[in-house]
Design a protein around this ligand. Sequence first.
Ligand SMILES: O=c1ccn([C@H]2C[C@H](O)[C@@H](COP(=O)(O)O)O2)c(=O)[nH]1
Length: 225
Amino acid sequence: MPILIEVDEIADGWETLVKEIMKDGKDVNDERGSLTKEILNVMVSIKKPFGKDAGGDFFNIQSNSNDISNIRVPEGYFWKGDRLKTYSEQFISDDKQGFVYTYGNRLRAHFKGVDQINEAIERLKNCRESRRAISITWDQVIDSKNDEVPCMILVDFKIRDDKLYTTALWRSHDIYGAWFPNAVGLSYLAQYVSERVNASIETITIHSISAHIYEVNFKEAQELL
Ligand SMILES: O=c1ccn([C@H]2C[C@H](O)[C@@H](COP(=O)(O)O)O2)c(=O)[nH]1
């Protein structure tokens, strides 16, 4: 059964997801031989990705400028500070920086140099209600053979009533170790687009087809219950 989780902040989404998987996840052995607990098809809808006080209509001035350093990190979590910022920058940079792939590179340069994010921005500038502002990362030609392949497959932007709605699909999602930085990186990308299309950031929705937790994290994850 697909699950929908609606939360205010990214950290709330992470905590709820971790609990949900530890409670109801089924044992699955992956192709590297790791035991995981897994739920299929979870959507987390984050209403205030930059925190409850971010962005709003302070003194009636629409502010689109949000800072990822204001995003609340779950207590004691290992992704934080500069590490989180560096990771987020990879989401909007076309430079692969020596990695097998980065989302920024796949989105902005990998496919014959096409900058899909700018194309999406142009689509939205041409028609604010466009349904075509979509970018993909999966390259069937190389990803069907490689071992290290993108987990986030697509990012979609919609503007409705001058608000930017961001949706991304992960084929495979390490909820304990990667969902949180992924969500922060996606928010950073949403911020980049929102500034260029002049729309404030609304809900960010993350769809994880396989949402799993690895055995090495069971103990810490269990402690959140
Ligand atoms: O942005 C990313 C990149 C990787 N992973 C995780 C998901 C899987 O646990 C693992 C990749 O393993 P495969 O699904 O490719 O087997 O990495 C993420 O959660 N997010």
